[in-house]
Design a protein around this ligand. Sequence first.
Ligand code: FAD
Ligand code: DHB
Length: 389
Amino acid sequence: MRTQVVIVGGGPSGLLLGQLLYRRGIDTVVLERKTRDYVLSRIRAGILETGFVNLMREAGVAERMDRECFVHHGTSISYENEMFDIDFRKLIGENVIVYGQTEVTRDLYDAREATGGKTIFEVENVEICGADSDAPHVTFTTEGRTQRIDCDFVAGCDGFHGVSRKTIPDTVRKDYEKVYPFGWLGVLSETPPVHDELIYANSSRGFALCSMRNENLSRYYVQCHATDHADEWSDEAFWKELKLRLPEEIADKLVTGPSIEKSIAPLRSFVSEPMRWGRLFLCGDAAHIVPPTGAKGLNTAASDVHYLHEGLMQFYEDRDSHGIDRYSEKALARIWKAEHFSWATTNMLHRFPDQSEFDLKIQRAEIEALRYHETAQMWFAQNYVGLPY
Ligand code: FAD
Ligand code: DHB
């Protein structure tokens, strides 16, 4: 088999890249380790930047998103019983949207199927060969048979645990990592959201987040121990803990109900450099992870897809390799800023096991700087809605 670009990983970054390339006449094959249903069952991101929205439009897959999303012009931050808003519209005239990663992925799979794009599910033993040559190929096993696809380029969109990053030799690659001593326990419930904006809550019991998917679907998170297991948390224990971390007037309004999904995500900051090795390009979680506090993970995946898609188009349409040659540098420049924002918001809002009384006073001063100083709010707003590509 031959194609122009093999995309390893059928998550949001692989599918978005595939659809953008399809629109410009480039042939791709997507290799996905799991089934479509499994990929769609993972509840993850909820907040999308304008840059992401624009890419979905460019890929021709924004119709349902534009119809069903919620536009958010700001966000709320609470600390103990205090709460304040950061108004993105007033500060910088921009917004974010609420539209779940599950829906993004469903729309992209539907479009890929409708346009006849080839996706091979449940592949095993994927190996990327000859990435440092002009003629790479990818081998994999499916239904017990080994297959080979020859291609011009390989896009490694296979997430943090994929094979693509590990294909880059240790002598070339450098990883930067910080692991946080806690996780997020997330619950999805068919209940109305407690507030019209998201609430990021700092409390003496730890961080909490109130988010949503639609009028009757809420997503809530509480900071938990890194070693906790989701099945050890009853729904009752979760709701009780969440209420204790929110201002009283919000806790009193919270509508609880049975969880329809409950999972724990560990928190990590990670960047692998470079993001290109020969004809292999890393995109999204394959190259970098942020703690979810700033809602940046999927959004940084999208900016990678933007730079890579532009570079590949320049190569195919103008025979100019300038864009792909600068891909890693351009993508990383934006990623490190998102890494900084995610690290800073995580530090500002969570309880750390070794925090001293001094550290807590500093944390409070940081939150109050955000509450009362417009320059701090501008910085937050610009980063939250997303830096320009
Ligand atoms: P993935 O979604 O991990 O997709 C990779 C795909 O590759 C998977 O389908 C996997 O099965 C497949 N794969 C893996 N290995 C192989 C292999 N060897 N061969 C073939 N296929 C393989 N981001 C935001 O921007 N906003 C948010 O609000 C936000 N909230 C989040 C909340 C939580 C609780 C979590 C956990 C994450 C959140 N994120 C958020 C981050 C976001 O979900 C990720 O950054 C995003 O999923 C990255 O997409 P991806 O396509 O790069 O990787
Ligand atoms: C959601 C997740 C986040 O990490 C975040 O910062 C905001 C919202 C969510 O799942 O809705």
